[in-house]
Design a protein around this ligand. Sequence first.
Ligand code: PRP
Length: 208
Amino acid sequence: MLNVALPKGRLGEKVYAMFEAAGFECPSIKENNRKLIFENEEKQVRYFWVKPSDVSIYVERGAADIGVAGKDILLEYEPNVYELLDLDIGKCHMAVAGPKDFNDDGTRTLRVATKFTNIASNYYDSIGRDIDIIKLNGSIEIAPILGLSDVIVDIVETGTTLRENNLEVKTKFLPISARLIANKSAYNFKREQIEKIVSSIKEQIEND
Ligand code: PRP
């Protein structure tokens, strides 16, 4: 069995469609229920839905052989996995954002609220800016509105969340997309099956 961790949600559904087109279909996954694990014995494949930020944990520890995770998660947590392919979906940017009337004049330590503390620290290190990092777990946009931080470092896709909270992008510094990842030893033991998927998905992306 090839164990595949899919990120729950719209992105995961797109990813499943790619696997299906690669010949690894699993019709039961389309049943409307709350089940999380689905398998197709004939195709020797088992899918499970996990929280997007948990996919790399399953893959790193070998509970999943392969999975799909955002480049943001891979850069933030640096899991010990192989990154096999850029799927060219789930595209967005990591950005610094803040209130329209805020401009960083560099005179004092910048207060930065984010879920992505490593990505934010690395970015500000790279431009030599001192920051005070404030780790939050969600609704990051609220932080500068309430004066908890000066700016945020977060994912921007359509920009709607920022706009509706009267914030604006200051700098987009990192493009993000979904990546196919593999457990290192599973990649050696199940290389044939994994490579079949990789080459089919590559073809799908190129023909898109
Ligand atoms: C992300 C991010 C923003 C939003 C940006 O949150 O944290 O809040 O998406 O998207 P937009 O530019 O299209 O408005 P997500 O929906 O992933 O939920 P989270 O807060 O649980 O991370």
